[in-house]
Ligand binder design. Structure first.
Ligand code: 8YV
Length: 319
């Protein structure tokens, strides 16, 4: 008997084809968002769940899952939406999809840097709303990216690709991580043992760290004060790393010249002031949203399922 797999969202066609071939999938062709009760009900009799970050698998939800569920194979690299301790306590294996989305997410990070620095939102709005009337040497002057210092919080898989791309703009790379990386991974990036050490060196600051209680509100008012005046902040990791009130105050005062954001606290109901500010460049959590990457994420989640159900260790086990 093929294992029964509850798939919470509509996945790419090629991924769903493979699911139909190898499993008994419960698909979501209308891509509706399942509330917890519905998710638990749909999991009845299933062997596995393939969720996205849009499903919160809290301890309370995990406690209500049927005993038949043996693995949660996430369609995401982030797993902050899953209570790993609760899953572990119930003997449920949890996996994620690392590596395959590093290029796409790093691309988006570069877009955030360029979009924020070169005032892309303002410029686009001017053209679209027919308010672009003339040109002058002082019109829409932004901040140049080339040759600036980029500070990266979390020089992991995505952070290292961002660093590589940023070197194409002759940027000097600084980073903070829990520990110093080996030289081949640093590739010349300058290590700072604490965020406080890193921040004064950041003309641009990019977050690529994991959302944990330790990184929650990592960018707060005290730390923003350590940035050079007119720094640019970008975030394609998780919204929780930013204290929204503090960043918004800094965007208003000009301490932070601009922000490029793809992720937010409380998505999609984000802090409303981000929308009002002229110096924000805002994307709707699309870091991994390319055809190639979404296919690869799905295949990676299925590789993990395949391994689990054929008695091998899934490559991307996180719990
Ligand atoms: C996805 C992401 O949009 O993988 C992640 O952690 O944030 C993005 O790639 C999403 O999580 C898919 O579930």
């Amino acid at each position: 008997m093929k294992p029964v797999v509850l798939v919470t969202r509509k996945l790419p066609d090629a991924v769903e084809d493979r699911l139909r071939r190898d499993y008994q999938p419960r698909l979501n062709p209308d891509d509706r968002l399942y509330a917890s009760d519905e998710l638990v009900a749909r999991a009845a009799g299933a062997d596995a769940i393939v969720p996205c970050h849009t499903e919160r698998l809290s301890a309370e939800v995990i406690a209500r899952l049927p005993d038949s569920i043996r693995i949660i194979a996430n369609f995401s690299v982030g797993f902050d939406h899953v209570d790993l301790a609760a899953a572990k306590a119930r003997g449920i294996v949890v996996t994620n999809t690392p590596e395959v989305l590093s290029d796409a997410t790093a691309e988006l990070t570069i877009l955030l840097m360029l979009g924020a620095a070169r005032r892309a939102s303002e410029g686009e709005r001017l053209v679209r709303t027919r308010q672009w009337r003339d040109w002058s040497p002082s019109f829409m002057v932004g901040i140049q990216v080339t040759g600036k210092r980029l500070g990266i919080v979390g020089l992991g898989r995505v952070g290292r690709v961002t660093a590589r791309r940023a070197r194409g703009f002759d940027m000097e790379i600084h980073y903070h991580d829990l520990q110093r990386l080996p030289p081949e991974q640093e590739a010349g990036a300058i290590f700072h043992p604490t965020p406080e050490d890193l921040l004064p060196h950041c003309d641009f600051l990019a977050f690529h760290c994991v959302a944990t209680p330790q990184t929650r509100k990592m960018l707060n008012a005290e730390r923003i004060a350590l940035l050079p005046d007119g720094a640019i902040v970008v975030n394609a990791s998780r919204g929780t790393v930013i204290d929204d009130a503090a960043l918004i105050a800094a965007l208003k005062s000009g301490k932070v010249a601009a922000a490029g954001l793809d992720v937010y606290n409380n998505e999609p109901d984000i802090h409303p002031e981000y929308r009002e500010l002229p110096n924000t460049f805002l994307m709707p959590h699309i870091g991994s949203a390319t055809q190639e990457t979404r296919d690869a994420m799905g295949f990676r989640a299925l590789d993990n399922l395949d391994a689990f159900f054929t008695g091998r260790a899934p490559g991307d086990r996180v719990a």
